[in-house]
Design a protein around this ligand. Structure first.
Ligand code: SF4
Length: 238
């Protein structure tokens, strides 16, 4: 598994961005997150060792996890990224986006029905965003589609949008002022996935976690472990 952040910085664009961990981390270091700048890792996938092999190993590559791959400010740079993605067919590039409405304007000319080595995760947090983004996502030519529902802010129904989805990831919000996350909402999404035979992963609890009507305050360090402990993941073998 590798990380590739060809640029850094992002702009809040949705309710789910309120407690964005990128902004929080940058604030602590005195960095302005709204400045979208190329990083020294821009050409990371095609850098080579002295022996001619690629430095970056084959396998999964998490792309733009400190920004949004489809952000407008990076439009001039994305073409080169697609060329590197195309060259590295031995890697599988996965990116999350809250800007799926920009997708068709951001793909390369030869995208066709999608590159086999690209996984796109559309992120939603409320029913309104799910209806807006997932109805569009459903129609897009992408070979591998996932949905990230994090932070989940209310009970939502995404079942009409689950055809062709490989995985749904669900999680709560992590912040001292986090909005409430009700375990029942996650269980509800799990049921939707099971009915549609789609893999489901409960990635993290929320800081303000409600279960059976009781509210708990969880430590950030425990959020993922608590979700794993719930043991409610549902994996479809493909
Ligand atoms: S889109 Fe993602 S990275 Fe960008 S501000 Fe929102 S939460 Fe943060």
């Amino acid at each position: 598994m590798s990380m590739w952040n060809p640029w850094r910085g992002c702009k809040k664009c949705s309710e789910g961005c309120l407690h964005c961990y990128i902004h929080k981390g940058d604030d602590k270091r005195g960095i302005n997150t709204s400045d979208i700048v190329k990083t020294k890792d821009f050409y990371k996938p095609v850098e080579r060792l002295k022996n001619g092999n690629y430095k970056m190993k084959a396998g999964m590559v998490y792309l733009c996890f400190s920004t949004d791959f489809l952000i407008e400010e990076a439009d001039a740079w994305r073409k080169e990224c697609w060329a590197m993605i195309k060259e590295r067919r031995d890697c599988r590039f996965l990116f999350l986006t809250k800007r799926i409405e920009r997708f068709s304007d951001c793909v390369p000319d030869d995208w066709g029905d999608g590159y086999e080595n690209v996984v796109v995760c559309c992120t939603v947090e409320t029913q309104k965003k799910a209806d807006e983004r997932l109805s569009l996502f459903k129609s897009l030519p992408i070979k591998h589609k996932c949905i990230t529902v994090q932070p989940l802010l209310e009970r939502i129904n995404i079942e009409p949008y689950l055809d062709d989805i490989e995985l749904v990831v669900v999680g709560g919000e992590s912040d001292k002022n986090a909005r409430v996350f009700d375990y029942d909402w996650a269980l509800d999404l799990r049921e939707q996935c099971i009915r549609k035979h789609v893999s489901f992963e409960f990635r993290q609890c929320g800081t303000h976690f409600v279960k059976d009507g009781k509210e708990y305050k969880l430590q950030t360090k425990d959020l993922c472990a608590q979700a794993r402990k719930a043991g409610i993941d549902y994996i479809v073998q493909r």
